[in-house]
Structures are given as C-alpha cells and as structure tokens.
Design a protein. Sequence first.
Length: 422
Amino acid sequence: MNIGEKKETQLPLYWCKKCSFIIALIFLISIFSLFNELNSMQKSQLINGNAIQRPTYGEGEKKVRLYVEVEDKKDSIKDELNLNIEERRYDNEAMLKSFEEARKYIDLNILGENESLDDVRKPLVLMKQIPGTSIKIKWKIDNKNIIDTRGDLNNSNIPKEGELVQITAQIEYFDTIENYLITLRVKPKIVSRREQVLDALKEAIENKSRDTITEKEQILPEDIGERKINYNEPENRESEKMFFIGIIITGFIYFLFDKELLDQYKKREMQVLMDYPEIVNKIVLLLGAGMTMKNAWGKVVKEYVNKNREGAKNKRFAYEEMIITYNELHNGVIEMKAYESYGKRMKVLPYLRFSSLISQNLKKGSKGLLELLEYEAMEAFNERKELAKRLGEEASTKLLLPMMLMLLIVLVIILVPAISGL
C-alpha cells in the first residue's frame, strides 16, 4: 500500500496511528463520563437526608425518584418511590370549575379498570382537571382509610361484602362551584405485607406534604410507627453506561482500522489485475518492435510518468512498482533480480507469473520470450473479461435492494389512495 517504503517502517507507523486514536478516544470518553457524574452530583434532590426542594410559585410540580428503606424489627424493606413534589402555593388560592360536561367526563373515567361502581377493587381515576378546559376538580372522601386522594385503595381489611364510600367531586370553574356526589362499593383485595407498608409510607408522605404545602421544602417522614425510614437517591448509572458504550465503540473502531486497510488492499488488488493485460500488451508490442526488455520496461515507465505530469494524477500501483524496478535497473541491480522483486512486491499471481517468465528467459536467453508473452497477454485478456463479468454480476446484486425499495414505494403510492377511497 505504501510504494517504495519498507515494511519495517510502515507497520510501526500504522500501529502507532491506530493505538493513538484509540487512546485519545478512551480519554475523551472518560472525560465526558466524569463531567456527567459531576453534573448529576450537583443535581441532588435530597436536603439534609429527609427534605426535597419544592418548585417555586408557578413552576408546576416535579417528579422525584427515591430509594426508600423502612427499618423494622423483623427486617428492613427497601423499594423505589416515585414522588410528585407539588409547587409552592399561595394561600387562599381560588380554583375555577363546574358544568354538565365535567360530570359526564367523571362518569366515563372514574372507574378506571373497574367494571362498575358496585364492584370497585382497583384504583380509581381521580382526575384533577378536565382535559382541554379550565375546569379543575378537587375530591372529598368520607372514608380516607379506604380511598385516598389519589384514588388508591386500602381495601385489605374490609369485609367480603365490601364498604360503601361516598366521594364528592368539587367541580370549580371560575367563581362557580358544584359538588357531584358519587356512591360506590369498595370490595376487598388481597395485599402483601410489603404493599401495606409502602401504602402507609405513601399516605404519611402525603400528610407531610399537606402540612408543609406553603413551605419552601417538603419534609419527608422519618418513621412510620416503630419503623424507621432511610431515604437514598438512585445511583446515577448513566456515566457507567456512557463509558461502557464508549469502550464498545472504541473496540469497533479498532477493528474498523483493519477493515479499512483490508478494503484498500482489495481495491489495490483489483486495480493491478485490471492493469495487467495492458502492461503485458505494451511490453509485447515493444519487444516485437525490436526493443530489449530493459528498454521496453523503461518506455512503459516513461509513458506513465509523462501522462501523470500532464494532469492525469491517477495513482496506478502496478506502474508505480514498475518505476521502482526501473530505478533499480539503473542503479546497478541485476536485471533478473529486479524483475523477480517486482513480482514479489506485487503479491498477485499473474505478476508473479509474468516476472518468472522474464527472469527464466533471461537465464536461458531471450529466445522464445516474445511468444510466451503473447500467449500470456491473450490469457490475461481472457482473465480480465471474466473479472469484468464477475464485477458486473456483483453490481447487479447490489442493485436488488434499491429496486425492492422502489417497488415498495410504488406499491404504497398505488394502494394508499385506493384503500382510502373505499
């Protein structure tokens, strides 16, 4: 690939380039991961271990994800909690609601996954606002031990026949307020001890939130009865993910270097195979005109050099190697060894055969060399035709995918209007 350069020089350079790029990439990935970790540390939500900064007036609520640990005499319970931290509110703020459309919307959506108001076993949908309007809703529940303000049920300790619960939707629209009474029957649900503890914790958090709704911070409960509670923020795994993804990309790029080099070598091999018939034909014509092999070689080289000087700067590997052989011949290298070196540098079978023919005939004398090269030129031409045929088949195969995509696009253009018109 590097004509005229020694392998001992180019191989270390290639590895240095490859390794330096990989090391630089790993360094950049590490820097980005570190910055991401520092940024996540600055965005800590917890204050003094049991408080969360509320959004200020008008910012709306924010969601906070915490890991909670409830200490118990028997064992500790660990789980993840997703909390909605409401914005800091003004005192005596008036909400605006009401109208018939709100009642209909409540009737259609309040049941959630339940089948009827007489058989409520799953959480209710206690919406806070009617979508697309300024109507807002507040809920009043006569038995908060069974249904909380979010619609979650605490139905683990109620009779099988269920409990009647009345909830009132306080519909507000500007200065109009209307109460809409709904009576439903909550039936028992089998709940685990874990769910009971977590439900109690959520209720305690809500009570604290209501007590501190006008405060700057929301205080989280430190215990539930005899159970102590520890809060921890989830670990930020994004930096680790970023680092490992970067390592995978680095490994991919590492092998991409080798693939790129291999692709370049294949292009070089294809190019020299396409140039082979032309070179042999030129040598045959010049030998047939009475030139010696050395002069014929020089004539082909000079023609290539002059063409490149005139602006056709198209690097041809076979001709570039011929230039090296030409310089060797004029620097005192034995002619036979110069041609043999040419074939070895090309590392392609036709050129090895070509250099072998020349060197063998130089040993025995040049008699019969022209006939052998004429036969070689004919064989090279046939091989080039086969190569061109194979390349054409490969090109047609590569065109199959674009043709299939075009066919699908045409089918969509035809079928979509036909189907839409039905």
